[in-house]
Design a protein around this ligand. Structure first.
Ligand SMILES: [Fe+2]
Length: 180
């Protein structure tokens, strides 16, 4: 899930370049084709290769284009509640996609992955369900009263500066509430 989030976030960040997009798009192609398969057929070596190579391409994309607010929002969840990183970025990403897609250039950048932003957000939730992971913050055991504190911390995360849309603390709190 983390590798998939890397592929998707790097495809829309402000510093993205034609070079980073080659890595992001190839990563997304491999990871999205392999994810369900590797869960259904754990011994399918071709699918495992797709996951490994896809996560490597996504990692290379990060070197050029950094990450976005799915990562900014995830880190405070891990710091306060010990939420596993892939779970934390995965539960936030669908909401981040819907938020970012209100920017026309970001909308097109998501679309370049081969799905409308809404379809992409739905896909991400589907992947979490396939992996028997949580799809809401309440299922993750996050305390609602702490959301304003988490939002203030998320705003101070370095990755927030690379997000395609600029964000305020209240935007980030709204995204936590949407995921709750
Ligand atoms: Fe990550």
């Amino acid at each position: 899930i983390d590798a998939l989030v890397h592929a998707i976030e790097t495809a829309v960040t402000k510093p993205r370049t034609p070079l980073s997009l080659l890595f992001s798009h190839k990563a997304f192609q491999l990871l999205s084709a392999s994810f369900g398969l590797v869960l259904r057929e754990p011994n399918n070596l071709e699918a495992r290769e797709g996951m490994l190579l896809g996560s490597t391409w996504a990692g290379l994309a990060i070197e050029y284009s950094m990450l976005g607010i799915a990562h900014s929002l995830a880190n405070p969840l891990t710091a306060h509640f010990g939420t596993v990183h892939g779970q934390a970025v995965g539960v936030m990403l669908p909401h981040v996609i819907r938020f970012n897609a209100q920017d026309p250039a970001a909308y097109r950048a998501y679309e370049a992955l081969g799905h409308t932003p809404e379809a992409l957000a739905t896909l991400v939730t589907g992947w979490l369900e396939q992996a028997q992971m949580h799809t809401t913050l309440s299922e993750c055991g996050i305390t609602e009263a702490l959301l304003p504190t988490l939002a203030a911390e998320a705003a101070r995360q370095w990755t927030a500066t690379f997000n395609p849309r600029s964000v305020t603390v209240s935007d980030l709190e709204m995204l936590y509430r949407a995921a709750f």
